[in-house]
Write a protein that binds this ligand. Structure first.
Ligand code: TYM
Length: 333
């Protein structure tokens, strides 16, 4: 069976190193072993948080540039915008007709985002996971590399696929596998080691953006929360020191070392030294990517050409799938 990745990022601005390490780097690590890759910029999902939609065009181009600058070849792979492929919203409607409200009510992201004002919560936020299931299943994707926070949505996608197959009495969908890389699946906030780094955190100092310049990266790491204890060489000691664990983990990732080696390097040292070395390693890694993003954004027409090419391949794959899906639903064709 052909292997196929489908994954995506919401173009909400503030793309940060959590998205880069948890999603984009994981995709890149799989490029050589997977037959076909589809990387989506999920602009319709971004509309579920209306405050993010005013810069949607600009943010969509920035995410496309970030994919390419990080090392995804837009010619060999398919980079495209969700709204350029109408099958996503059509399929999401079919899924909303077979997905119990109870399943959607249990989604932790929905519970978090709707908890403040239930009556004013928009329907789009509630049915968000059926659109995500459509993103994945329209392509019959076999692998979905994501960060830990999306695991529940991918598991729901599997349930929806199974429910659809049962409903039509045919194996239309195979169940996609979530791929979650342990070391990078949950990059934590720089201000609170118990919260994940997030685009919506009110503090800019909680995350490092892909477009932060070198001085800003240095400053954010210098200001990152830590504790006063020196570093012990024992991994288990990190369990009660979430901020320390996060910074040392980031250093291990950016220097391509394992955490044991990093602990040996810093044993008995203070956090000022870790922060200074981590800031240098982060700048070394992120600076070329930032410069490439800015260069790509300077040539919008080339970026748009890549996105059109991606949408053409995406549409030509999903149009026959949609035909089969409508047929399985006994629609008049
Ligand atoms: P989004 O835009 O919130 O995040 C994009 C990707 O980044 C990962 N991520 C993280 N990984 C590690 N540490 C973090 N702190 C961190 N924060 C975010 C996310 O897990 C995700 O992989 N619903 C999705 C977008 C989506 C999608 C899809 C993904 C829509 N359709 C189909 C995969 C397949 C979302 O909001 O991701």
């Amino acid at each position: 069976m052909k292997t196929r990745i489908l994954s995506g990022i919401r173009p909400t601005g503030n793309i940060h190193i959590g998205n880069y390490l948890g999603a984009i780097c994981s995709w890149i690590s799989m490029l050589d072993t997977i037959d076909e890759c589809f990387f989506c910029i999920v602009d319709q999902h971004a509309l579920t948080t209306t405050e993010d939609s005013k810069d949607l065009r600009k943010n969509t181009l920035t995410i496309a540039a970030a994919y390419i600058a990080s090392g995804i070849d837009p010619i060999k792979n398919n980079i495209f915008v969700q709204s350029h492929v109408p099958a996503h919203t059509e399929l999401s409607w079919y899924f909303s007709c077979i997905t119990p409200m109870g399943w959607l009510s249990r989604m932790t992201q929905f519970k978090d985002k709707s908890s403040k004002n239930k009556d004013q919560t928009m329907t789009g936020l509630f049915v968000y996971p059926t659109l995500m299931a459509a993103d994945i299943l329209a392509y019959k994707a076999t692998h979905v590399p994501v960060g830990e926070d999306q695991k529940q949505h991918v598991e729901l996608t599997r349930d929806i696929a199974q429910a659809f197959n049962n409903y039509v009495g045919k194996e239309i969908f195979t169940l996609p596998e979530p791929i979650i890389k342990k070391e990078t699946s949950r990059i934590m906030s720089l201000r609170d080691g118990l919260k994940k780094m997030s685009k919506s955190d009110i503090s800019d100092y909680s995350r490092i953006h892909l477009l932060d310049d070198n001085d800003t990266i240095q400053l954010k790491i210098r200001k990152a929360k830590t504790d006063a204890e020196p570093i012990s060489g024992i991994i288990a000691d990190l369990e009660n020191r979430p901020e320390a664990k996060n910074l040392l983990n980031l250093y291990a990732i950016f220097t391509q070392n394992n955490i044991e080696k990093v602990l040996k390097e810093f044993e008995g040292k203070l956090f000022s030294e870790v922060k200074s070395k981590l800031a240098d390693a982060t700048v070394n890694h992120m600076e070329p990517i930032r410069l490439k993003i800015l260069e790509l954004l300077n040539d919008e027409s080339t970026l748009i050409k890549y996105l059109k090419k991606g949408a053409e391949s995406a549409n030509s794959l999903v149009i026959p799938h949609m035909h089969e899906i409508r047929q399985s639903l006994n629609m008049l064709l």
